[in-house]
Design a protein around this ligand. Sequence first.
Ligand code: GLA
Length: 339
Amino acid sequence: MRDPKRAVSVRAPGRVNLIGDHTDYQDGFCLPLAIDREVVVHASVDDGTGVVTHSPGFATDVADSIVAALRERGYDVAPADVDVQSTVPAGSGLSSSAAFSVAVALALSTLADRPLAGNELALTAQRAEHIAGVPCGVMDQMASVHGRAGHALLLDCRSLDVRPVPLPPDLAIVVVHSGLPRALAGSAYAERRAACEAAARRLGLATLRDASLAQVADDPFARHVVSENARVLRFVDALERRDTGELGALLDASHESLARDFQVSTPELDVLCEALRAEGAIGARLTGAGFGGCVVALAPTADAPSIAAQAADRYRAATHREPNAFVVAASDGASILEH
Ligand code: GLA
């Protein structure tokens, strides 16, 4: 039987990364924001034998991993019934799985009367992904936890410091899904990660965070990481100065670096970024792990819906793929709705 006194509802948002990809697992910088698409979880203690999730579109072994990650932190996880609903498109690179892990970890820890919060919550959700065999960094979970309406988040993935950076209201964030499933994402992600770790080892460094551009000049993978970290900091500076030209140039340079140096783009993602620029976006880049999924662009707020629609038409005509374009709003991070 369910005990109504031992029930909780929570929400956790997906994210899009404005700039700084494939830097988080090298202790670097990134600039994600939580978006207005979220996972909502209703969980209640019951007299069953374990945690049972009803979660269309989400693998239940991830829920087992969340329970395991909580137990590692000393949580006594009671049998519970967990109902999951989501408006984050699954498998699109908008971190539906991080939102799921953050929401379930928050719900189960709240039922155990010790609600996880802040970096502890993000690290527990990341640990669950690692237990499930996904070697991700910490960006997605940190964005889902620390999101702030109207702001992007400058994350220092070494110190885990978070600095909210206000987004100018006259610029809209356009996200377009390429219609291309991220087929290679898992294996290629692990390969890129290993290549970065090897590059750091060769330099006698723990991670590439402290490498200089000169040190990695001949290694395209490491060169991407080091140059991308610098772009993130310049982007934050340009946001604060409202330097639209510089923001666009940095987005385009990030895409170029991810495509040519880090080799995680596809012809479709390149065409989609080009289409957005041609229709009036100030800059565009692939976002997240790459190999399909979404691109992100900045566009003047008043023109954003038409730029998104026209770029989608242009892309559809060129690739015969079905894109999905939408404008996202920067939103608050995970929270308890009812307990
Ligand atoms: C995925 C991972 C993140 C990050 C990005 C690339 O989204 O989950 O940790 O590494 O790829 O920036």
